[in-house]
Design a protein around this ligand. Structure first.
Ligand code: 5AD
Ligand code: SF4
Length: 438
């Protein structure tokens, strides 16, 4: 029997990368994961290309691995994720330490690439193959899981927002067949999962093949909700133009679909939305939220904003602040615009750095106020909490409310995976605390 090897896997970026990393780790059957790079036989960086100087960060991270490789010549180093896709063979040219480069659509080929790298080859795969990579990324049988899990149902994007690199790194929109998703969800539930977040770069455009034609995301959610033992469903990330009537209705009709929706708008200015190639106006976005709230009045909205998109003026920023006021977000994320090579916006007149910082801070301050007020408004209410893990203090358990707020409760006999009624008693910086009700 061969000795087991050790894998150090570092994940950057979005939840989809977290999901991909889990699948990659499971596919490397001769490896156990370690959190110490210095004892690893294989180091894999699962990279993100969405913002900032992602490529340079990867090269400097790789540079720091030189000593480890010198000390242990058998150590193999691999780069996965969106920087791998964007850079391809250039990574191996610029950094000869790298043995393996694998793009997000080729992870099912990782065991073979690892074997080739082990044999002394430089192994590279950044194709966009036709097959479903997750079919080949088999899970280890029946390993127990915590109560929450991500499940990728869709990848890639055809929207081509002018700032975004995703359509280039993750490719065109592809949906996994519905039966595969159902199978994977049933397997997760058998292993202890109670709360599943469906993932996709444009998840609400899901249109996977079903036994009776293509299924929408709403149909998929309705079928998933029939799985006994599954308590909660969420999905992320969505584009406003793909919020179909059936999906909006599902918020009112499907009790397992949680009242939480991440629906990025990026800007509140129609002029900027047009330049971003978003395909909708601020007014259309606000009307859409009205319809969602008509279906489920307590839905908690979340979003993404970009501060300092090229040619953005003070008036545009005010329009964004007005839109945020009108929506009242429970959570939202603001990013400084970062020019991504190869995207149309990178060629345009950039907003000066100091202006960008100022706008970022103003938008963030407004969102922080809203977020806190939405959280504070939970005090005194009874909510359902799905408990996940022990908290920092003895006897304490932490879970999530239906609206995704973290909730701390100190009580006897709470196990991960149980859902209980909790009376919220206090709101602190990033969480709520409460007491069991019955
Ligand atoms: N610059 C800044 N933010 C960006 N995002 C995507 N591309 C860029 C970029 N070039 C943000 C968007 C998106 C989120 C995932 O990242 O807000 O919704
Ligand atoms: Fe990028 Fe999202 Fe726009 Fe697609 S919809 S191009 S993933 S920001």
């Amino acid at each position: 029997m061969t000795a087991r090897k050790k894998l150090f896997l570092k994940t950057y970026g979005c939840q989809m990368n977290v999901y991909d990393s889990e699948r990659m780790a499971e596919s490397l059957k001769d490896y156990d994961q370690t959190d110490r790079a210095d004892e690893a036989d294989l180091i894999l960086l699962n990279t993100c290309h969405i913002r900032e100087k992602a490529v340079e960060k990867v090269y400097s991270e790789l540079g720091r691995l030189r000593d480890l490789k010198d000390a242990k010549p058998d150590l193999k180093i691999g780069v996965a994720g969106c920087v791998a896709q964007a850079e391809g063979a250039e990574i191996m040219r610029r950094q000869p330490l790298v043995d393996l480069v694998v793009g997000p659509q080729s992870y099912h080929r990782l065991p073979e690439l690892e074997a080739r790298a082990r044999g002394g080859e430089k192994a590279l795969d950044t194709d966009f193959p036709e097959e479903d990579k997750f079919d080949h990324l088999r899970r280890r049988p029946k390993a127990a899981r915590g109560p929450t899990a991500f499940l990728t149902v869709q990848e890639g994007c055809d929207k081509f927002c002018a700032f975004c690199v995703v359509p280039y790194t993750r490719g065109a929109e592809v949906s996994r067949p519905a039966e595969r998703v159902l199978e994977e969800a049933r397997d997760l539930v058998e292993r202890g999962v109670r709360d599943i977040t469906l993932l996709g770069q444009n998840v609400n455009a899901y249109h996977g093949a079903g036994p009776d034609g293509d299924w929408s995301l709403a149909r998929l959610i309705r079928e998933l909700a029939r799985i006994d033992g599954l308590a909660r469903l969420r999905f992320t990330t969505s584009h406003p133009n793909d919020m179909g009537d059936d999906l909006i209705a599902a918020f009112g009709e499907e009790p397992k679909l949680m009242p939480y929706l991440h629906l990025p708008v990026q800007s509140g200015s129609d002029r900027i939305l047009k330049r971003m190639n978003r395909g909708h106006t601020a007014e259309q976005y606000l009307r859409l939220i009205e319809r969602i709230r008509a279906a489920r009045p307590d839905v908690l909205m979340s979003g993404d904003f970009i501060a300092g998109f090229p040619e953005e003026t003070e008036e545009d920023v005010r329009a964004t602040l007005d839109l945020i006021e009108a929506v009242n977000y429970g959570f939202a994320y603001t990013f400084k615009y970062s020019p991504r090579p190869g995207t149309p916006a990178a060629e345009r007149a950039q907003v000066p750095e100091a202006e960008m910082d100022d706008r970022l801070h103003r938008i963030q301050a407004l969102i922080a106020r809203q977020q806190r007020a939405v959280q504070d408004a939970m005090v005194g209410r009874d909510v359902n909490v799905l408990f996940e893990k022990p908290g920092r203090f003895p006897g304490q358990m932490v879970g999530r409310s239906e609206h995704l707020h973290a909730v701390h409760v100190t009580a006897e006999g709470l196990e991960p995976g149980v859902v209980r009624h909790v009376r919220i008693t206090a709101s602190v910086t990033n969480s709520l605390s409460g007491e069991l009700r019955g």
